[in-house]
Design a protein around this ligand. Sequence first.
Ligand code: TLP
Length: 345
Amino acid sequence: MDRIDLRSDTVSWPTPEMRRAMAEAPVGDDVFGEDPTVNRLQERAAERLGKEAGLFVASGTMGNLVAVLAHCGRGDEVILGDRAHTHVYEAGGIAALGGVHPRAVPVQPDGTLPLDAIRAAIRPDDVHFPRTRLIALENTQGTVGGIPVPKSYIDAVGALAREHGITLHIDGARIFNAATALRCDVADLVSAADSVTFCLSKGLCAPVGSVLVGSRAFIDEARRARKIVGGGMRQAGILAAAGVVALETMVDRLADDHSRARRLAEGLALLPGISVGPVHTNILYFSLDASCPLDGAGLAAALHERGILLPNRGPRSFRAVTHCWISDADVECTLTAVAEIVAAA
Ligand code: TLP
């Protein structure tokens, strides 16, 4: 990469091995189910996540949308976090396209939704209410700091869902980061979920795509929903080939991204006027104290001049995300730059 881009792991470029696999991928028409590379990716993903079947989709947003469309009908309700990506950053797609009513409960600092709040939000059978059909969790929970949510909690939510005859979906855009941080098997982590979306195009570096996994019957339904939203692709094996490489080669190295995020956090915390949030995976939040003479836009602009992309998210707050294209040297370079800019302010 020609610059230090800490905006997101979505900016990560495909690896040379991915580019080669893409060039050589056997392909077919995936709307007919005939693309061997897409089929391979879907099988590998399902196997890895411990589910029966998978569906290659264009993005994490599409994966979550078609999951909700497959689980819910119009007028049904989904319980989800008030800071969940699906609730905040997916353009209201579940309501706009699915007529699905979101019931938001607060995301806690540990990334969970209070079990009591979920229980209280499940509607009784009453003609006045929408029908609760689905609970959606996010793991890692991005907006509170890339927090990995443990299996014990997912199991508890799964049990609650089953008790009420409803289903559980996980937006696992960064589920492999969660499993890495929790040092657990990813299939075990999500065993209580009926469906999971995970992204190939974030820390796993594929250029495009996510996979939605679940039971075969659920995936058949999701395939219809994907067609409805225009997500049926043709020779998509060219894209899926990078996804196969991502699953095979990029998962085991995620721990490096986590240790670089920790190093960045430790270095920033030593600087005067900077407060850093907890770091569990590859996402860290930090802010400039009132004592710091710079504001967020000022620091972001000065970093940009040095080829470091780290825009402020609030007037004094930042999110930095490490990924495969951020090296140890990039972390040190960023720390030096922030220290110099703050000192000169
Ligand atoms: N998140 C992006 C932005 O949209 C905020 C980022 O830079 O973190 N679930 C989660 C938890 C996500 O963080 C994202 C992307 C998605 C779903 C959507 O994935 P895409 O961008 O592939 O639609």
